[in-house]
Write a protein that binds this ligand. Sequence first.
Ligand code: TPP
Ligand code: MG
Length: 344
Amino acid sequence: MVFSERTLPKFDTQSVQITKEEGLLLYEDMVLGRLFEDKCAEMYYRGKMFGFVHLYNGQEAVSTGVIKSMRPDRDYVSSTYRDHVHALSAGVPPKEVMAELFGKETGCSKGRGGSMHMFSEPHKLLGGYAFVAEGIPVATGAALQSKYRREVMGDENADQVTACFFGDGASNNGQFFECLNMAALWKLPILYVVENNKWAIGMAHDRATSQPEIFKKASVFNMVGVEVDGMDVLAVRAVAQEAVARARAGEGPTLIEALTYRFRGHSLADPDELRSAEEKELWQARDPITQFSKTLLERNLVTSEELKEIDQKVQQQVNESVTFAEESPEPDPSELHRYIFAED
Ligand SMILES: Cc1ncc(C[n+]2csc(CCOP(=O)(O)OP(=O)(O)O)c2C)c(N)n1
Ligand SMILES: [Mg+2]
């Protein structure tokens, strides 16, 4: 079956003013996501990590554009099983993410979680979740507690916004509808970010969904719904900044549908034979990192040497994360029962 490509929403990237510092921050975060995932693939095929590993290549502009519009270590982020790069954007050090993938005690979830269960209290990362849509109620709860603490308990500092990431497939699950209803009803400070990469494993979104334009589903809850080119980091950032401001001002949630694509198979165990070569090539040509480096160069904000230096610095950081993970101890078997329940 052949599916047509959706027309991308119009966005005037030229109209967005950014400083060199902001541009480099966005660029570095996306490159970190890309090089980290490439290294994961290498380590997985070398037998260094086990279980399912889902990579984020191609979708970097969504994680970077949204999370870099939020306050680090204060606002909440919830993810899915495709969670390494959300963790990195949220500020979890690459060595802690890599060590988690290696199942080591020094991992951000103490080696108990692995690829699909990144968690970090200091970085307000509420977790990766193996079940599709499982993070949506958790993120909705986080947003409810911020609002409750602020408005009912009078805690002025409880002004956190939550970003809840999930896939197109998850938007057909019941939690999505129940949580959007509650969030709109209670005007919760939350961004529901659907990363519509057109596929749920081997199921094409258009084939499984009566209304494939997910952002339109916001309207039935009286919620703001927007679609955005998920391969354009400045477009994602602009939409996210507006949504964060709306949430922070007590005006409630936003459903953001980012049109994006994963450049690799569903997981590293997927031979990726179902998607057509044409479709893959079309999206590969929209690579968010290549596009953004062009923008930075065209605006004379950076030189190609500066970008290369960042690439090298990040590559070194990623390599060091592997050394750290390899040299780290495994959890002590006598302590395997720990971290199931909160400790005093
Ligand atoms: C509740 C539940 N049902 C089924 C699965 C098996 N499963 C794992 S990933 C996936 C596809 C989800 O696709 P999508 O939400 O679009 O996210 P993407 O993988 O594209 O990022 C499915 C069905 C699961 N993990 N959890
Ligand atoms: Mg998907």
